[in-house]
Each structure stands twice: as C-alpha cells, then as structure tokens.
Ligand binder design. Structure first.
Ligand code: THU
Length: 136
C-alpha cells in the first residue's frame, strides 16, 4: 500500500478515535475501512450502559460502507491507545471476512505512539467460514 493511502487511512481512523464513545472501558478505537472503489469509511466504538450492547469501531465502518452501497473492502486500519497496536477482535475478524478476500485483505494496526503492524485477514482468521460455504 502506498504511503499516501496509509496516511489517509490513519487520518480517518484517528478522527474516528477522537469521537469514540467509550465511557465504560475508557478504551477508544477508530477504524478506517478501504472499499474496493477507493472510498474510505470511518467507524468508532460506541459503548452502552448495558455493556454487551456496545459496538466495535470496525462494525461502524462496515455499516457505513454497506450503507454507501459498497460490499467489498481491501484493507482496514485500526487505531487505538496502548503499548500494542490493536488488532480486530474475533467477532470483527469474522465481520470483515464477509466483505473481502481474506488472502489479500490487509489489516493495519497502529497505536498512539505510531507503532505499526500489518497482516492479511487470513493470517488473523485462518481457515475461515464465509459466504462461499453457503453459496459455493
Ligand atoms: N473494540 C473495538 O472497537 N474494536 C476491536 O477490534 C477490539 C475492541 C472496542 C470494544 C470496546 O468498546 C473497547 O474496545 C474495549 O474492549
């Protein structure tokens, strides 16, 4: 991925992180999802007093992409605090799986200190179950 695109994703994820609603965990997360047509969709985590009803940042970005009429994504950048760059939780790996090719989809993780890590979705979710199983 080119540096300019990476910077654009980082800016969207950081802006989403800044407005995240996480009063319970105090752990704000921002995500930037790159759709196949080049558009970038942001999402932030939105928590709830009834704890299990909270949503992850990646979920919000996926919803924004689908609402905009896109159903394929090629990369996501997830931004959060902490020593270790944040990787999508198990549920979000599966949510992302629905809208991508896991072999080529890039997952970029960046923490506030600028530490970066990168994987394919297949590396994070090997032997995954997806739409192909239901519609071969
Ligand atoms: N969170 C995300 O938004 N994305 C992830 O991939 C991991 C966790 C959020 C959920 C919750 O609001 C907070 O981080 C702490 O778990």
């Amino acid at each position: 991925m080119q540096d300019a695109l990476r910077t654009e994703l980082l800016n969207v994820a950081r802006a989403a992180h800044a407005v995240a609603y996480a009063p319970y965990s105090n752990y704000r997360v921002g995500a930037a999802l790159l759709a196949e047509d080049g558009r970038i969709f942001g999402g932030c985590n939105v928590e709830n007093a009834a704890y299990p009803q909270g949503n992850c940042a990646e979920s919000g970005a996926i919803s924004a992409m689908v609402l905009a009429g896109q159903r394929r994504a090629t990369a996501v950048l997830v931004y959060g605090a902490g020593l270790h760059p944040i990787t999508p939780c198990g549920g979000c790996r599966q949510r992302l799986r629905e809208f991508c090719d896991p072999k080529t989809f890039r997952v970029l993780a960046v923490n506030e200190g600028g530490l970066q890590q990168e994987w394919t979705l297949e590396q994070l979710l090997p032997h995954s179950f997806g739409p192909d199983h239901l519609f071969p």
